[in-house]
Design a protein around this ligand. Structure first.
Ligand code: NZQ
Ligand code: ZN
Length: 380
Protein backbone atom coordinates (compact mmCIF):
# COMPACT_ATOMS: atom_id res chain seq x y z
CA UNK A 1 0.00 0.00 0.00
CA UNK A 2 1.35 3.46 -0.91
CA UNK A 3 1.95 6.01 1.84
CA UNK A 4 -0.93 8.45 2.13
CA UNK A 5 -2.27 11.29 4.21
CA UNK A 6 -6.00 11.40 4.87
CA UNK A 7 -7.80 14.36 6.38
CA UNK A 8 -11.33 15.41 5.56
CA UNK A 9 -12.58 18.41 7.55
CA UNK A 10 -16.12 18.63 6.08
CA UNK A 11 -18.97 17.98 8.47
CA UNK A 12 -21.89 16.17 6.82
CA UNK A 13 -25.54 16.46 7.83
CA UNK A 14 -27.22 13.60 6.00
CA UNK A 15 -30.93 12.89 5.63
CA UNK A 16 -34.34 14.33 5.01
CA UNK A 17 -35.06 17.69 6.65
CA UNK A 18 -31.45 18.28 7.77
CA UNK A 19 -31.37 21.77 6.21
CA UNK A 20 -33.12 23.09 9.28
CA UNK A 21 -29.83 22.63 11.24
CA UNK A 22 -27.84 24.73 8.76
CA UNK A 23 -28.55 28.24 10.06
CA UNK A 24 -27.89 27.20 13.66
CA UNK A 25 -24.51 25.67 12.73
CA UNK A 26 -23.49 28.67 10.64
CA UNK A 27 -24.37 30.99 13.51
CA UNK A 28 -22.18 28.93 15.86
CA UNK A 29 -19.35 29.51 13.35
CA UNK A 30 -19.93 33.27 13.72
CA UNK A 31 -21.49 33.83 10.29
CA UNK A 32 -23.86 36.78 10.01
CA UNK A 33 -23.89 37.75 6.27
CA UNK A 34 -23.94 35.01 3.68
CA UNK A 35 -24.15 34.87 -0.13
CA UNK A 36 -26.32 32.10 -1.59
CA UNK A 37 -24.96 30.83 -4.91
CA UNK A 38 -27.40 28.86 -7.05
CA UNK A 39 -28.15 27.63 -10.57
CA UNK A 40 -31.13 28.01 -12.86
CA UNK A 41 -34.01 27.47 -10.46
CA UNK A 42 -34.30 23.74 -9.67
CA UNK A 43 -33.68 24.78 -6.06
CA UNK A 44 -37.09 26.42 -5.87
CA UNK A 45 -38.82 23.40 -7.43
CA UNK A 46 -37.26 20.78 -5.15
CA UNK A 47 -38.14 22.72 -2.00
CA UNK A 48 -34.57 23.39 -0.83
CA UNK A 49 -34.76 27.16 -1.28
CA UNK A 50 -37.69 27.59 1.13
CA UNK A 51 -35.97 25.43 3.75
CA UNK A 52 -32.69 27.37 3.41
CA UNK A 53 -34.25 30.81 3.78
CA UNK A 54 -36.25 29.63 6.81
CA UNK A 55 -33.25 28.04 8.52
CA UNK A 56 -31.01 31.09 8.01
CA UNK A 57 -33.68 33.58 8.95
CA UNK A 58 -34.42 31.64 12.18
CA UNK A 59 -30.72 31.95 13.00
CA UNK A 60 -30.70 35.69 12.25
CA UNK A 61 -28.31 35.38 9.30
CA UNK A 62 -28.68 37.91 6.45
CA UNK A 63 -28.89 36.13 3.11
CA UNK A 64 -27.94 37.68 -0.23
CA UNK A 65 -28.51 35.74 -3.47
CA UNK A 66 -26.69 35.15 -6.73
CA UNK A 67 -28.45 32.93 -9.29
CA UNK A 68 -27.68 31.71 -12.79
CA UNK A 69 -24.66 29.40 -12.45
CA UNK A 70 -24.80 27.10 -15.48
CA UNK A 71 -23.79 23.47 -15.84
CA UNK A 72 -20.07 23.37 -16.73
CA UNK A 73 -19.62 26.68 -14.93
CA UNK A 74 -17.64 29.57 -16.34
CA UNK A 75 -14.92 31.88 -15.14
CA UNK A 76 -16.98 34.92 -16.19
CA UNK A 77 -19.67 33.96 -13.70
CA UNK A 78 -17.06 33.37 -10.99
CA UNK A 79 -15.59 36.84 -11.60
CA UNK A 80 -19.07 38.41 -11.50
CA UNK A 81 -19.85 36.77 -8.15
CA UNK A 82 -16.43 37.66 -6.68
CA UNK A 83 -17.22 41.33 -7.37
CA UNK A 84 -20.62 40.95 -5.70
CA UNK A 85 -19.22 39.09 -2.68
CA UNK A 86 -16.60 41.80 -2.17
CA UNK A 87 -19.10 44.65 -2.47
CA UNK A 88 -21.48 43.00 0.00
CA UNK A 89 -18.61 42.10 2.34
CA UNK A 90 -20.21 38.73 3.11
CA UNK A 91 -18.49 36.46 5.58
CA UNK A 92 -19.45 33.13 3.96
CA UNK A 93 -20.80 31.55 0.78
CA UNK A 94 -23.60 28.98 0.68
CA UNK A 95 -23.69 26.84 -2.48
CA UNK A 96 -27.03 25.16 -3.09
CA UNK A 97 -27.21 22.85 -6.11
CA UNK A 98 -25.00 20.37 -7.94
CA UNK A 99 -21.26 20.32 -8.56
CA UNK A 100 -21.33 23.32 -10.88
CA UNK A 101 -22.76 25.57 -8.19
CA UNK A 102 -20.46 24.20 -5.48
CA UNK A 103 -17.36 24.55 -7.67
CA UNK A 104 -18.33 28.14 -8.50
CA UNK A 105 -18.73 28.88 -4.79
CA UNK A 106 -15.26 27.44 -4.10
CA UNK A 107 -13.67 29.52 -6.85
CA UNK A 108 -15.44 32.61 -5.47
CA UNK A 109 -14.46 31.83 -1.86
CA UNK A 110 -10.78 31.63 -2.84
CA UNK A 111 -11.07 34.25 -5.59
CA UNK A 112 -12.02 37.13 -3.29
CA UNK A 113 -8.48 36.94 -1.89
CA UNK A 114 -6.69 36.76 -5.27
CA UNK A 115 -5.92 39.28 -8.00
CA UNK A 116 -7.93 37.06 -10.36
CA UNK A 117 -9.77 33.82 -9.46
CA UNK A 118 -8.35 32.10 -12.58
CA UNK A 119 -4.89 32.31 -11.02
CA UNK A 120 -5.95 29.57 -8.60
CA UNK A 121 -6.36 27.26 -11.62
CA UNK A 122 -3.19 28.22 -13.47
CA UNK A 123 -1.28 28.35 -10.16
CA UNK A 124 -0.08 31.87 -10.96
CA UNK A 125 -1.16 32.68 -7.40
CA UNK A 126 -1.34 30.33 -4.44
CA UNK A 127 -4.70 30.03 -2.70
CA UNK A 128 -3.84 31.53 0.68
CA UNK A 129 -7.28 32.22 2.15
CA UNK A 130 -10.94 31.49 1.42
CA UNK A 131 -14.33 32.49 2.74
CA UNK A 132 -16.01 29.68 4.70
CA UNK A 133 -18.06 27.48 2.34
CA UNK A 134 -21.36 25.77 3.20
CA UNK A 135 -23.28 23.57 0.77
CA UNK A 136 -26.71 22.06 0.25
CA UNK A 137 -26.30 19.29 -2.30
CA UNK A 138 -29.14 18.63 -4.76
CA UNK A 139 -27.37 16.31 -7.23
CA UNK A 140 -25.04 13.50 -6.20
CA UNK A 141 -22.19 13.20 -8.68
CA UNK A 142 -18.99 15.12 -8.16
CA UNK A 143 -18.21 14.67 -4.47
CA UNK A 144 -17.56 18.43 -4.41
CA UNK A 145 -19.67 18.62 -1.23
CA UNK A 146 -16.83 16.87 0.64
CA UNK A 147 -13.61 17.62 -1.22
CA UNK A 148 -11.24 20.48 -1.98
CA UNK A 149 -11.60 20.46 -5.79
CA UNK A 150 -13.24 22.91 -8.17
CA UNK A 151 -13.48 22.74 -11.98
CA UNK A 152 -14.17 25.90 -14.00
CA UNK A 153 -14.19 26.69 -17.73
CA UNK A 154 -12.36 29.71 -19.09
CA UNK A 155 -14.56 30.20 -22.18
CA UNK A 156 -12.07 32.57 -23.78
CA UNK A 157 -9.17 30.09 -23.80
CA UNK A 158 -11.40 26.96 -23.86
CA UNK A 159 -9.60 25.58 -20.80
CA UNK A 160 -11.75 23.59 -18.39
CA UNK A 161 -9.31 23.20 -15.55
CA UNK A 162 -9.38 22.04 -11.96
CA UNK A 163 -7.86 23.36 -8.77
CA UNK A 164 -7.33 21.82 -5.37
CA UNK A 165 -6.83 23.56 -2.06
CA UNK A 166 -7.34 22.34 1.51
CA UNK A 167 -8.86 25.79 2.12
CA UNK A 168 -11.93 25.13 -0.07
CA UNK A 169 -13.26 22.01 1.60
CA UNK A 170 -16.80 22.95 2.67
CA UNK A 171 -17.14 23.45 6.41
CA UNK A 172 -20.53 21.80 6.39
CA UNK A 173 -22.57 20.07 3.69
CA UNK A 174 -26.19 19.03 3.90
CA UNK A 175 -27.01 15.94 1.86
CA UNK A 176 -30.76 15.46 1.82
CA UNK A 177 -31.44 12.70 -0.74
CA UNK A 178 -35.16 13.55 -0.91
CA UNK A 179 -34.24 16.82 -2.71
CA UNK A 180 -33.05 14.68 -5.62
CA UNK A 181 -36.44 13.12 -6.40
CA UNK A 182 -36.99 15.99 -8.85
CA UNK A 183 -34.03 14.94 -11.02
CA UNK A 184 -34.76 13.60 -14.50
CA UNK A 185 -33.39 10.03 -14.72
CA UNK A 186 -30.76 11.13 -17.25
CA UNK A 187 -29.28 13.53 -14.72
CA UNK A 188 -29.29 10.86 -12.01
CA UNK A 189 -27.44 8.54 -14.39
CA UNK A 190 -24.92 11.27 -15.34
CA UNK A 191 -24.13 11.63 -11.66
CA UNK A 192 -23.81 7.88 -11.16
CA UNK A 193 -21.35 7.58 -14.07
CA UNK A 194 -19.29 10.48 -12.73
CA UNK A 195 -19.08 8.79 -9.32
CA UNK A 196 -18.07 5.46 -10.91
CA UNK A 197 -15.45 7.31 -12.96
CA UNK A 198 -13.96 8.88 -9.81
CA UNK A 199 -13.51 5.42 -8.36
CA UNK A 200 -12.03 4.08 -11.60
CA UNK A 201 -9.51 6.93 -11.76
CA UNK A 202 -8.00 5.49 -8.57
CA UNK A 203 -8.83 1.82 -8.99
CA UNK A 204 -6.11 0.83 -11.46
CA UNK A 205 -3.31 2.77 -9.76
CA UNK A 206 -2.00 0.00 -7.52
CA UNK A 207 -2.92 -3.57 -6.59
CA UNK A 208 -1.68 -3.57 -2.98
CA UNK A 209 -4.28 -1.26 -1.39
CA UNK A 210 -6.62 -4.24 -1.07
CA UNK A 211 -8.91 -2.70 1.56
CA UNK A 212 -9.46 0.41 -0.60
CA UNK A 213 -10.00 -1.72 -3.72
CA UNK A 214 -12.62 -3.77 -1.84
CA UNK A 215 -14.41 -0.60 -0.65
CA UNK A 216 -14.32 0.68 -4.23
CA UNK A 217 -15.82 -2.52 -5.62
CA UNK A 218 -18.66 -2.29 -3.09
CA UNK A 219 -19.22 1.36 -4.03
CA UNK A 220 -19.29 0.65 -7.79
CA UNK A 221 -21.70 -2.26 -7.35
CA UNK A 222 -23.92 -0.20 -5.04
CA UNK A 223 -23.97 2.78 -7.41
CA UNK A 224 -25.05 0.56 -10.32
CA UNK A 225 -27.68 -1.30 -8.30
CA UNK A 226 -29.17 1.91 -6.88
CA UNK A 227 -29.22 3.59 -10.30
CA UNK A 228 -31.06 0.59 -11.76
CA UNK A 229 -33.59 0.88 -8.93
CA UNK A 230 -34.05 4.61 -9.57
CA UNK A 231 -34.67 3.95 -13.25
CA UNK A 232 -37.58 1.78 -12.19
CA UNK A 233 -38.78 4.10 -9.45
CA UNK A 234 -37.41 7.67 -9.13
CA UNK A 235 -39.13 8.00 -5.74
CA UNK A 236 -37.17 5.09 -4.19
CA UNK A 237 -35.65 7.03 -1.28
CA UNK A 238 -33.55 4.11 -0.03
CA UNK A 239 -31.86 3.96 -3.44
CA UNK A 240 -31.47 7.77 -3.53
CA UNK A 241 -29.83 7.81 -0.11
CA UNK A 242 -27.40 5.01 -0.91
CA UNK A 243 -26.50 6.46 -4.29
CA UNK A 244 -25.93 9.84 -2.65
CA UNK A 245 -23.61 8.57 0.07
CA UNK A 246 -21.71 6.31 -2.36
CA UNK A 247 -21.10 9.28 -4.68
CA UNK A 248 -19.75 11.35 -1.78
CA UNK A 249 -17.41 8.53 -0.74
CA UNK A 250 -16.25 8.15 -4.33
CA UNK A 251 -14.27 11.42 -4.17
CA UNK A 252 -13.70 12.44 -0.55
CA UNK A 253 -10.35 10.74 0.01
CA UNK A 254 -11.69 7.30 1.02
CA UNK A 255 -11.65 5.84 -2.50
CA UNK A 256 -8.07 6.96 -3.12
CA UNK A 257 -6.38 5.95 0.14
CA UNK A 258 -3.20 4.04 -0.75
CA UNK A 259 -3.76 4.41 -4.50
CA UNK A 260 -1.21 7.16 -5.19
CA UNK A 261 -2.80 10.18 -6.84
CA UNK A 262 -4.89 8.10 -9.23
CA UNK A 263 -4.68 8.44 -13.01
CA UNK A 264 -7.18 11.15 -14.15
CA UNK A 265 -6.50 10.85 -17.90
CA UNK A 266 -10.20 10.29 -18.63
CA UNK A 267 -11.17 13.36 -16.62
CA UNK A 268 -8.57 15.47 -18.41
CA UNK A 269 -9.91 14.26 -21.75
CA UNK A 270 -13.60 14.65 -20.87
CA UNK A 271 -13.13 18.18 -19.63
CA UNK A 272 -12.18 19.14 -23.19
CA UNK A 273 -15.48 17.65 -24.51
CA UNK A 274 -17.61 19.70 -22.13
CA UNK A 275 -15.43 22.80 -22.59
CA UNK A 276 -15.94 22.67 -26.37
CA UNK A 277 -19.62 21.72 -26.04
CA UNK A 278 -20.99 22.94 -22.68
CA UNK A 279 -24.24 21.09 -23.41
CA UNK A 280 -22.38 17.79 -22.92
CA UNK A 281 -22.71 16.65 -19.34
CA UNK A 282 -19.49 15.66 -17.58
CA UNK A 283 -20.86 12.23 -16.57
CA UNK A 284 -22.05 11.33 -20.05
CA UNK A 285 -18.68 12.31 -21.56
CA UNK A 286 -16.91 10.09 -19.04
CA UNK A 287 -19.19 7.20 -19.96
CA UNK A 288 -17.85 7.44 -23.51
CA UNK A 289 -14.15 7.81 -22.77
CA UNK A 290 -13.72 5.43 -19.82
CA UNK A 291 -14.61 2.12 -21.51
CA UNK A 292 -12.42 3.12 -24.48
CA UNK A 293 -9.55 3.97 -22.12
CA UNK A 294 -9.87 0.61 -20.35
CA UNK A 295 -9.78 -1.17 -23.72
CA UNK A 296 -6.75 0.83 -24.80
CA UNK A 297 -4.66 0.62 -21.60
CA UNK A 298 -5.58 -2.94 -20.63
CA UNK A 299 -4.05 -4.20 -23.85
CA UNK A 300 -0.73 -2.89 -22.58
CA UNK A 301 -1.10 -3.86 -18.89
CA UNK A 302 -3.87 -6.43 -18.52
CA UNK A 303 -3.11 -7.53 -14.94
CA UNK A 304 -4.56 -4.43 -13.22
CA UNK A 305 -7.84 -4.85 -15.09
CA UNK A 306 -8.49 -8.54 -14.42
CA UNK A 307 -9.55 -7.89 -10.82
CA UNK A 308 -12.05 -5.23 -11.96
CA UNK A 309 -13.54 -7.62 -14.55
CA UNK A 310 -13.93 -10.33 -11.93
CA UNK A 311 -15.09 -8.36 -8.88
CA UNK A 312 -17.38 -5.87 -10.57
CA UNK A 313 -18.65 -7.83 -13.57
CA UNK A 314 -18.00 -11.43 -12.55
CA UNK A 315 -16.17 -11.95 -15.84
CA UNK A 316 -12.76 -13.60 -16.43
CA UNK A 317 -12.25 -11.65 -19.59
CA UNK A 318 -11.60 -7.89 -19.72
CA UNK A 319 -13.23 -7.44 -23.14
CA UNK A 320 -16.45 -9.01 -21.85
CA UNK A 321 -16.37 -6.73 -18.77
CA UNK A 322 -15.99 -3.65 -20.99
CA UNK A 323 -18.93 -4.84 -23.09
CA UNK A 324 -21.03 -5.27 -19.93
CA UNK A 325 -19.99 -1.74 -18.81
CA UNK A 326 -21.15 -0.26 -22.12
CA UNK A 327 -24.39 -2.29 -22.01
CA UNK A 328 -25.08 -0.87 -18.55
CA UNK A 329 -24.53 2.69 -19.79
CA UNK A 330 -26.80 2.04 -22.76
CA UNK A 331 -29.51 0.70 -20.44
CA UNK A 332 -29.33 4.10 -18.71
CA UNK A 333 -29.79 5.79 -22.11
CA UNK A 334 -26.25 7.20 -22.08
CA UNK A 335 -24.11 7.89 -25.15
CA UNK A 336 -21.41 5.29 -25.80
CA UNK A 337 -19.41 7.02 -28.54
CA UNK A 338 -18.16 10.53 -29.29
CA UNK A 339 -20.48 10.50 -32.29
CA UNK A 340 -23.44 9.80 -29.97
CA UNK A 341 -22.36 12.80 -27.90
CA UNK A 342 -22.76 14.99 -31.00
CA UNK A 343 -19.03 15.47 -31.59
CA UNK A 344 -18.07 15.67 -35.28
CA UNK A 345 -15.03 13.92 -36.74
CA UNK A 346 -13.56 17.24 -37.92
CA UNK A 347 -13.59 18.44 -34.28
CA UNK A 348 -11.18 15.73 -33.13
CA UNK A 349 -7.99 17.73 -33.94
CA UNK A 350 -9.42 20.73 -32.03
CA UNK A 351 -10.22 18.49 -29.07
CA UNK A 352 -6.77 16.96 -29.18
CA UNK A 353 -5.14 20.41 -29.03
CA UNK A 354 -7.40 21.42 -26.14
CA UNK A 355 -6.56 18.23 -24.22
CA UNK A 356 -2.83 18.73 -24.79
CA UNK A 357 -2.97 22.24 -23.22
CA UNK A 358 -2.79 20.40 -19.89
CA UNK A 359 0.71 19.83 -18.56
CA UNK A 360 0.20 16.02 -18.40
CA UNK A 361 -2.41 13.50 -19.47
CA UNK A 362 -2.66 10.60 -17.04
CA UNK A 363 -0.76 9.90 -13.86
CA UNK A 364 -0.32 6.13 -13.61
CA UNK A 365 -0.45 5.53 -17.36
CA UNK A 366 0.90 8.71 -18.92
CA UNK A 367 -0.35 9.33 -22.46
CA UNK A 368 1.52 11.06 -25.27
CA UNK A 369 -0.29 13.12 -27.89
CA UNK A 370 -0.31 10.26 -30.41
CA UNK A 371 -1.83 7.93 -27.82
CA UNK A 372 -4.56 10.43 -26.96
CA UNK A 373 -5.30 10.70 -30.69
CA UNK A 374 -5.64 6.90 -30.95
CA UNK A 375 -7.88 6.86 -27.90
CA UNK A 376 -10.16 9.54 -29.37
CA UNK A 377 -10.42 7.50 -32.58
CA UNK A 378 -11.31 4.41 -30.55
CA UNK A 379 -14.02 6.36 -28.70
CA UNK A 380 -15.37 7.94 -31.87
O1 NZQ B 1 -29.13 24.94 -12.54
P1 NZQ B 1 -30.16 24.15 -11.83
O2 NZQ B 1 -31.52 24.68 -12.00
O3 NZQ B 1 -29.81 23.90 -10.38
O4 NZQ B 1 -30.23 22.70 -12.58
C1 NZQ B 1 -29.19 21.74 -12.47
C2 NZQ B 1 -28.37 21.64 -13.76
O5 NZQ B 1 -29.12 22.01 -14.88
C3 NZQ B 1 -29.84 20.39 -12.37
N1 NZQ B 1 -30.19 19.99 -11.01
C4 NZQ B 1 -29.40 19.97 -9.91
N2 NZQ B 1 -30.09 19.48 -8.86
C5 NZQ B 1 -31.34 19.22 -9.30
C6 NZQ B 1 -31.40 19.54 -10.67
N3 NZQ B 1 -32.54 19.37 -11.40
C7 NZQ B 1 -33.61 18.88 -10.77
N4 NZQ B 1 -33.60 18.53 -9.46
C8 NZQ B 1 -32.49 18.68 -8.70
N5 NZQ B 1 -32.50 18.28 -7.42
O6 NZQ B 1 -28.85 19.50 -12.86
C9 NZQ B 1 -28.11 20.15 -13.89
C10 NZQ B 1 -26.66 19.78 -13.79
O7 NZQ B 1 -26.10 20.30 -12.61
P2 NZQ B 1 -24.51 20.34 -12.40
O8 NZQ B 1 -24.25 20.99 -11.10
O9 NZQ B 1 -23.86 20.89 -13.59
O10 NZQ B 1 -24.13 18.78 -12.35
P3 NZQ B 1 -23.01 18.01 -11.58
O11 NZQ B 1 -23.28 17.94 -10.13
O12 NZQ B 1 -22.84 16.76 -12.31
O13 NZQ B 1 -21.69 18.94 -11.75
C11 NZQ B 1 -20.91 18.85 -12.90
C12 NZQ B 1 -19.75 19.83 -12.83
O14 NZQ B 1 -18.81 19.46 -11.79
C13 NZQ B 1 -17.49 19.26 -12.36
C14 NZQ B 1 -17.83 18.83 -13.76
O15 NZQ B 1 -16.71 18.92 -14.64
C15 NZQ B 1 -18.95 19.77 -14.13
O16 NZQ B 1 -18.45 21.04 -14.45
N6 NZQ B 1 -16.73 18.32 -11.52
C16 NZQ B 1 -16.38 18.71 -10.29
C17 NZQ B 1 -15.61 17.90 -9.46
C18 NZQ B 1 -15.25 18.29 -8.09
N7 NZQ B 1 -15.50 19.53 -7.68
O17 NZQ B 1 -14.68 17.49 -7.33
C19 NZQ B 1 -15.07 16.63 -9.91
C20 NZQ B 1 -15.75 16.11 -11.12
O18 NZQ B 1 -14.90 15.16 -11.73
C21 NZQ B 1 -16.18 17.12 -12.12
O19 NZQ B 1 -15.14 17.49 -13.00
ZN1 ZN C 1 -15.85 13.65 -12.50
Amino acid sequence: MEVFSFHNPTRILFGEGQIHELGHDMKLDGISKCLLIAGGGSLKENGAYGQITKSLSNAGITLYESWGVQANPTLDKVREIVTLAKSLAVDAVLAAGGGSVIDTAKAVAAGVYLNDPWHAFTEEEKVHAALPIYTVLTLSATGSEMNGNAVITNSETKQKWGMFSPLVFPRLSVIDPSLQSSLPFKQTANGAVDAIAHILEFYFADDKAISTLAINEALMNTIMEMTDRLKQNPKDLVARANLAWSATLALNGISGAGLKEGDWACHGIEHAFSALHPEISHGEGLGVIFPAWIEYISEKEPSRFVRWAKKVWNEDNIAKAVRRFRDKLQSWEMATSLRDLGIKQNELPVLLDMIMLQPEIGGVFKLKKEEVRSLLMLAF
